[in-house]
Design a protein around this ligand. Structure first.
Ligand SMILES: NC(=O)c1ccc[n+]([C@@H]2O[C@H](COP(=O)([O-])OP(=O)(O)OC[C@H]3O[C@@H](n4cnc5c(N)ncnc54)[C@H](O)[C@@H]3O)[C@@H](O)[C@H]2O)c1
Length: 361
């Protein structure tokens, strides 16, 4: 895959630009387009995002303290030709305590404010959506086999859009998916309407688990960093849900692989402005929690106590693997890095970065 450097990007705004994904993408854009003005807008809601500010400054990305819930904050960065919408309250548990306001206002209203910003300026948008738009019930009902270390999707599946390669865009969308997934799907639907009504080049990537250095992982979001840090600092862990066996599976996409795709899309967004693309690590970059434990123990040289907690939590799913066929057919992109690469890079980052000790230990 060859990234085309078309001269269209002069000013890019990255919302949630101090977060894990936003900071990587802002820096990747600035590196690819050194003459462009790239700004990262963030309200620093996520604990740890402030540690990304020196990185952004060093990389020539301007930081704007602002909130996507407030259109005036977005307008403080005038006339972007590209907006990467990476702001969110990204936990699948968000809002489940009954306090849904921040989730909805940020993930849905914030995305709509970004859409309006783009409409007023005829700007392109790349929206970071999530595999969590897919509903839970069919994911619980898919045909699976339990092996010694993980759940495996069977060859034959009754559900459309599902195969042993994982979930494609043809997977049904009916049914509850979590409050978080609901805000992202609602935003997707509106972005598609903006695309259709106003001819805007809006790109939608439905991402599986994203992982890599500079992710301030918590138990409910950013599992690869959370698991690696727990091993490095010797903190106990839990296998929560699905009988407490640790056999639930996720694919993981290294942030560098995502950045490679987003640069390709940013160079020609109109070419990718169709439906949504599933984007993830795929089967070759997937692991169960048990397997993740083994990789983390090998990488960090440390084992930690892990307690089974059999009860399955709200919105949890036994397996998610991204079928990348559509995006690969579109532009040839596919993930290059493995789970082992991801854990090694996160571990090196934790060792070498002041501030991670206070955050994770
Ligand atoms: N990390 C993943 O595994 C993953 C997977 C699928 C999709 N996504 C999506 O990718 C995007 C980025 O996620 P991330 O992992 O970087 O999360 P993150 O929490 O690291 O980054 C999100 C950033 O948004 C900021 N933010 C929150 N509310 C805001 C507001 N009202 N105004 C301005 N900024 C605000 C936070 O401070 C944070 O810096 C999100 O849209 C998320 O839904 C992430």
């Amino acid at each position: 895959m060859k990234t085309k450097h078309l001269p269209i990007i002069q000013r890019a705004l990255v919302t949630g630009g101090a977060g894990f994904v936003g900071s990587h993408l802002a820096l990747a854009l600035k590196t690819a387009y050194p003459d462009a003005e790239v700004a990262a807008l963030d309200n620093l809601h996520r604990n740890g995002s402030e540690l990304n500010l020196p990185r952004l400054e060093k990389g020539g990305v301007k930081f704007i303290k602002g909130d996507v819930r407030n259109p005036d904050d977005l307008a403080a960065f005038a006339d972007a030709d590209l907006l990467l919408e990476c702001s969110a309250d990204p936990s699948v548990l968000s809002g489940s305590d009954g306090d849904t306001s921040y989730l909805i206002q940020t993930n849905l209203q914030g995305a709509l404010n970004c859409a309006e910003y783009c409409r007023e300026r005829s700007a392109a948008m790349i929206f970071l959506s999530t595999s969590r738009v897919y509903p839970i019930k069919p994911l619980l009902e898919c045909s699976m086999t339990e092996t010694e270390t993980r759940l495996v999707l069977d060859d034959a599946q009754a559900i459309p859009g599902l195969s042993k390669r994982g979930v494609s865009e043809a997977f049904p969308l009916d049914g509850p998916r979590s409050l978080y997934g609901g805000t992202k799907l609602a935003a997707e639907i509106m972005l598609e309407e903006y695309r259709n009504a106003f001819g805007l080049p809006f790109v939608i990537n439905r991402c599986g688990v994203l992982a890599g250095p500079w992710q301030f992982g918590k138990a409910d979001q950013g599992i690869a960093a959370f698991w690696t840090a727990a091993h490095h600092f010797g903190k106990p862990l839990k296998y929560i849900g699905f009988g407490g066996k640790g056999k639930q599976v996720r694919d993981m996409l290294h942030i560098d692989d995502l950045a490679r795709l987003v640069l390709e899309q940013a160079a020609n967004p109109a070419d990718f402005a169709e439906g949504a693309f599933n984007v993830g690590g795929g089967l070759q970059s997937s692991a169960s929690l048990l397997e993740l434990t083994r990789i983390c123990a090998k990488t960090t040289g440390r084992e930690v106590p892990i307690t089974p907690e059999p009860t399955t939590r709200y919105a949890d799913i036994p397996i998610y693997i991204t079928d990348n066929s559509k995006i690969t057919a579109k532009c040839g992109w596919e993930p290059a890095k493995t789970v082992e690469d991801i854990i090694r890079d996160i571990h090196q980052w934790i060792i070498n970065t002041p501030g991670t000790t206070e955050l994770f230990s």
